[in-house]
Ligand binder design. Structure first.
Ligand SMILES: Cc1cc2nc3c(=O)[nH]c(=O)nc-3n(C[C@H](O)[C@H](O)[C@H](O)COP(=O)(O)OP(=O)(O)OC[C@H]3O[C@@H](n4cnc5c(N)ncnc54)[C@H](O)[C@@H]3O)c2cc1C
Length: 507
């Protein structure tokens, strides 16, 4: 496995250990897959070797390799079918949430079991709750020394095989709590609690024979001490868990991307067509080059994300980029990997077809890639807002007659109708298709919002401006109408032609 310079010596060593573990168990993993079995023995052996404990504190049996360590394990596990996703959800079933929000008693109780490899699941999704996780309908009502949980969860990975489930439920119906995202709480629910039953196992396109299914919670009495965090902390626990999950999920995806190189290269170096190896065809080399480039970029982003989360950052934007980029590129790369092999690539005898099926799954799991893009747009833009700020004003240069970025003078004058129309007309020359924002106008005029509104509404009444209002009905943008442009300046003011344009063609 290619190591990164910021990995610790212990993480480098872990990478070598887990690689040799996967080489060792690959035959058994493939056999389990052909037999349509969940690879329970391998997961148990993985726990014995300490791979389930990599992101746990030493005092609870862990090895403290951080999320980076968990990614190293998860990446390597997913070089074979079924293992990576089961590892992933086991790591998510409370590990990170207990780190951040658990009490010392809770950590002391659950973490040693996690270190020993107790399988886990995460229960967010419900029949009527998918991407909109805040709409969770499962309820938890406090009664004496326990909560009573009722509801249904679906698409739960490790359903049935897991002993421990991180369940998110609604603990408040107060609209104010809902508005502040304080309406959910997180609970550890364990297999065997009366009323907690397995409802269905899905037969899916991918994820091998790691079970995925629906669970029913019917009057399940969960002790108070199983609540992780305080009442109302469910949403933040879920979100921080999801950033962790998406990063770990991306590692699973790059593990599969590596396999999209392994077997196709091995195959092409043995396949002769038209008297030459298929690996010698430049079109095939270019396809492989693209797969390599995507793998390298996905790995770089994911281990950068793991590193910043390990350093205490939330990493919401980075984990959304890691997950969506790794799954989209995996889908492309796995299709190309099959193409490189040809017909054999479509058979189960060469281990690439399962990767394409898994890749499709992961464009949807852990938050769909559309939801990832919403996060990247919203959070990503806000994080870099200072870096992308347009600090200059676009002003028509007297000599060139074209918009040139100009340092803002900072001086402001008193506003009146004529001056405002002149400003709007001037802006029309620089940005003919754009409105001016309230902030743009206030850079030139010393005017209070109320007075500006009055003026704009009066100009609107005269048909001299068009106003654009935001969702709350506030005037946010304004542009001059054609009559206003005519009123503000003669026609000549707006004309401009490049030097090469012939005089005789102007009219
Ligand atoms: C194999 C597998 C394993 C899973 N494991 C787990 C698990 O362990 N635990 C768990 O809790 N859940 C799990 N899930 C559920 C998974 O997280 C959800 O399937 C996923 O969040 C999407 O929800 P949905 O399927 O209901 O789609 P919907 O939310 O109904 O979305 C349908 C489509 O509409 C788009 N869409 C919806 N809202 C918007 C929006 N606002 N903007 C743009 N596009 C939008 C989506 O991107 C998608 O393309 C798993 C799912 C699968 C398939």
């Amino acid at each position: 496995m290619e190591k990164f310079p910021w990995w610790t010596d212990a993480q480098v060593k872990l990478a070598d250990e887990v690689e040799s573990f996967i080489d060792e168990i690959r035959p058994e993993a493939e056999r389990a897959w052909y037999n349509q079995e969940y690879p329970r023995n391998i997961m148990e052996e993985a726990a014995k070797r300490g791979f389930m404990a990599v992101d746990l504190p030493k005092k609870y049996g862990g090895t403290e390799h951080g999320l980076t360590g968990a990614c190293i394990v998860c990446e390597t596990f997913n070089r074979v079918p079924s293992l990576g996703i089961s590892y992933l959800v086991t790591m998510l079933g409370g590990n990170h949430q207990l780190h951040l929000y658990g009490t010392e008693e809770q950590r002391a109780k659950w973490m040693p079991m996690m270190a020993k490899g107790q399988l886990a699941g995460v229960c967010i999704t419900e029949p009527f709750v998918g991407s909109d996780a805040a709409a969770t309908a499962t309820t938890a009502v406090k009664e004496g020394d326990h909560y009573v949980i009722n509801g249904k969860k679906r698409f739960i990975t490790n359903a049935g095989v897991a002993e421990r489930y991180m369940v998110y439920a609604r603990t408040s119906e107060d609209p104010n709590d809902r508005k502040k995202y304080k309406h959910l709480s997180a609970f550890i629910v364990t297999k065997g609690m009366p009323g907690f039953t397995l409802e269905k196992i899905n037969d899916l396109i991918g994820i091998g024979y790691t079970p995925n299914g629906a669970l029913s919670l019917d009057d399940v009495e969960v002790p108070l001490e199983n609540m992780v965090g305080k009442v109302g902390d469910g949403w933040i626990a879920m979100m921080s868990g999801l950033n962790y999950e998406r990063t770990l999920g991306a590692s699973m995806l790059v593990g599969m991307q590596r396999e999209c190189i392994s077997y196709p290269v091995w195959y092409m170096e043995r396949r002769v067509q038209f008297g030459a190896l298929t690996s010698e065809r430049q079109t095939n080399q270019f396809k492989m080059a693209n797969i390599i480039a995507k793998l390298k970029l996905a790995r770089l982003m994911l281990y950068h994300t793991a590193h910043i989360i390990d350093s205490g950052e939330e990493g919401a934007t980075e984990s959304a980029i890691s997950k969506s980029y790794a799954s989209d590129t995996l889908f492309e790369s796995s299709a190309e990997a099959i193409q490189l092999i040809g017909g054999d690539g479509l058979t189960k005898f060469y281990p690439v077809e399962w990767i394409m099926r898994d890749a499709k799954v992961h464009q949807i799991t852990m938050g769909t890639n559309e939801i990832m893009r919403s996060i990247i747009y919203r959070a990503g833009l806000s994080e870099i807002k200072e870096d992308i700020k347009v600090v200059h004003k676009r002003v028509i240069d007297d000599e060139l007659g074209v918009p040139i970025s100009t340092v803002r003078s900072g001086s402001k004058s008193q506003i009146d109708e004529d001056k405002l129309l002149k400003l709007l007309a001037n802006d029309y020359r620089a940005n003919p298709g754009l409105h001016m924002s309230r902030a743009d106008i206030k850079e030139d005029f010393d005017v209070e919002d109320g007075k500006l509104d009055d003026l704009l509404l009066s100009l609107e009444g005269e048909g001299l401006v068009d106003l654009y209002k935001d969702r709350k009905g506030r005037i946010s943008l304004v542009k001059a109408t054609y009559p206003a442009l005519q009123k503000a300046n003669p026609l000549e003011y707006y004309r401009w032609f490049p030097a090469w344009y012939k005089e005789e063609d102007k009219f």
